[in-house]
Every structure is written in C-alpha cells, then in structure tokens.
Design a protein around this ligand. Structure first.
Ligand code: NDP
Ligand code: OXD
Length: 306
C-alpha cells in the first residue's frame, strides 16, 4: 500500500516532511515524479490533473487538502472509493471573522471614507441602516458565519438543501424558497459547495430579489458566480457592490475587470486558510484508518457531491 500526494500549485516540501515524520513506515509518493501507481490506495489531492484518476486501480480513499471537494471528479471514481475533506473549527471562526469584518466595513462606509480622504474631503454620513443578512449554505462554515452575524445585531436568514431549525436564524431550504430567502437582503453571503445544482447560482435572477444596495460576498467558489451578470447588475444599480475571495480563474488574470471596478473588492482566496498542522493531523488519521480498514473521518456523501 502507498500514499500519493498530488497537490499542484504550491510548495509541498513542509507537508511531505511532516507526513514522513508522522508516518515513517508508509511509502509516500509525490506527483508527478511517482512512477507506477498500481499500489496507491490513498490519494491526498488538490488541483490534481484529470489524467491522474485513470491510473489508480487500487484506490480506496481520496482526501481533499481543503474543505471543498469540487476539485475531485467523483464521476470518474469507482463507487467503492470514499472521499474525505478537511473540517476545522478554526477555519469556521476565521471565515466568520472575514465575513463580519467586510459586512461591518460596508455598514460603516469605510471604503467611502478612504476615497474621500484621498480627495481631502470632510463628508460625514450616517452608517447604513440595512441589517438583513442572508447566508447561502448552512454547513460547517455557513452556520458559524450566520451565528456571528446574528450575535452582532444582524437579522439573519440561512438557506440550505435540507430544512433546518437554528437559534436566531430564519431558515429556508430548497429551490422553492430561494426567492423568499433573498427578498430585500442587504448582505448576501455565498458558502455553498460547488456542485451541478449550485453552479452559477449567483446570477442576475437572484440579484433581482435582493435590495439595490446589497453587498454580495462570495467566499465559496468562483464558478458559483456569473461574473458578467454581476458587473451588469452593479452597473445597472440592481446590486450595490461585491467582495470576492474566489474566482473562476485563480490567480485572477491581470486584465480582469474586477481589479479596477470601484464597487468590487478582491481578496486572493484567503477568507479562511487551513493551518498545515490541523490538515496534517486529519490526513494522518485518515491514512491510518485506510491502512487498518477503519472508518475515515469527515467523509462526504459522494452521491450528493459534497
Ligand atoms: P458543508 O458541506 O459543511 O455545507 C454545505 C452547505 O450547503 C450545507 O448547509 C448544504 O445543505 C448546503 N447546500 C449544498 N447544496 C445545496 C443546494 N443545492 N441547495 C441548497 N443548499 C445546499 O460545507 P462547508 O461549510 O464546510 O464549506 C462550504 C464551501 O466553502 C466549501 O465547499 C468551499 O468551496 C468554500 N471554502 C472557501 C474557503 C475560502 O478561503 N474562500 C475556505 C474553505 C471553504 P444541507 O445542510 O442541507 O446539506
Ligand atoms: C477550501 C478552500 O476549500 O480553501 O478549503 O477553498
């Protein structure tokens, strides 16, 4: 049995050193210089190339290096393969802090004062009044974000696939309740996993329901957002502004209109960054579980895709 690490676009030296130290008896291979993959039973993956998945006849477990599993093409895997992801309370807490800081900055008009300062303008204005905030996705991250907003005086709604009852959160579920969920929101946060059902969900049809001054915050995946329709909606004053942490293409190309749009704030996919130590501990537990045929932790429901 061997373990393959296939994480592209980052330096994996520290990760490999920690895995080697914690799993001295396990053969670890690092993509792409890994030779024959016949004995690989466990793959740790992030942005893995499609060609990989056809070369693993003895695959048992795929572990995502992050919370999202959208980079793992589940339709290409045999039904017996289990898929796990990272779940970390610190990640939820960091996400809640990111969202709250942007929501409060918008409410208190921080961005406007930076613009006025550059022009040496003294222009006091009241804070924005709107407090209706909606969170798409009430999972590990969305629930904590919704609660944090509620604790800070916002009137919070949440939307999920299955119906939920949560303290101080008005819960909506399913396609049929999406429009009521979005109605006249002042803040719309996306924390959905990327699946066929959620792809492109942030579109002009949805924006038509929220308030004209609404701040959209997308921290889920770039493919949730119809980028062209976002710019149209902002320019037509159907939507106020947007904070975007994730993009269809990352890094965001230098020529992309988001960089210079006065009503779009760009951050480089940093809303909640998992610490290597937490990740390594969870990965090691799952490798050991795979070796001893025990249940893995934080496995997802492959039939749902998240
Ligand atoms: P979870 O799987 O824990 O939660 C997903 C939530 O979305 C659940 O409430 C689920 O509903 C809901 N949902 C899924 N599909 C639908 C649907 N079709 N209609 C309505 N609701 C739906 O995910 P996490 O909270 O852990 O993470 C969410 C996403 O955040 C990740 O997939 C990733 O893309 C992104 N992320 C971004 C980071 C960043 O730094 N920008 C960092 C980490 C994650 P139900 O409860 O009924 O199942
Ligand atoms: C994740 C991410 O899914 O960082 O963990 O986006």
């Amino acid at each position: 049995m061997s373990v393959l690490v296939c994480i592209t676009g980052r330096n994996n030296e520290k990760l490999m050193a920690q895995l080697r130290e914690m799993l001295p008896d396990v053969e670890l291979k690092l993509w792409p210089h890994c030779g024959d993959l016949d004995d690989v039973e466990f793959v740790l993956a992030w942005n893995a190339p499609l060609e990989l998945w056809q070369q693993l006849p003895n695959l048992k477990v795929v572990q995502s290096f992050g919370a999202g599993v959208d980079g793992i093409p589940m339709d290409l895997l045999p039904e017996s393969v289990e898929v796990a992801r990272i779940v970390d309370p610190k990640l939820s807490d960091d996400m809640a802090e990111y969202i709250l800081s942007h929501v409060l900055a918008h409410k208190l008009r921080h961005q406007n004062y930076l613009v006025e300062q550059a022009k040496q303008n003294w222009k006091p204005r009241r804070a924005r009044k709107g407090i209706a905030a909606g969170v798409l996705g009430l999972g590990e991250l969305g629930r904590v974000v919704a609660q944090r907003l509620s604790d800070n005086g916002f009137a919070v709604r949440g939307w999920s696939r299955s119906a939920k009852v949560l303290n101080n959160i008005e819960c909506y579920s399913g396609e049929a309740q999406l429009a009521s969920f979005a109605s006249e929101l002042d803040y719309l946060v996306c924390l959905l996993p990327l699946t066929e059902a959620t792809h492109g969900i942030l579109n002009r049809q949805l924006f038509q329901h929220v308030s004209n001054d609404c701040l959209l915050i997308n921290v889920a995946r770039g493919q949730h957002l119809n980028e062209k329709e976002l710019i149209e909606a902002i320019d037509m004053e159907e939507l106020g502004s947007a904070v975007l942490d994730v993009f269809a293409q990352e890094p965001l190309p230098k020529t992309h209109p988001f960089w210079e749009h006065p009503k779009v704030t760009v951050t480089p996919h940093i809303a909640a960054v998992t610490s290597l130590d937490t990740v390594v501990a969870q990965i090691v537990d799952n490798i050991q579980a795979c070796i001893s045929d025990m249940p893995i932790k934080n496995g997802i429901d492959v039939s749902k895709g998240y």
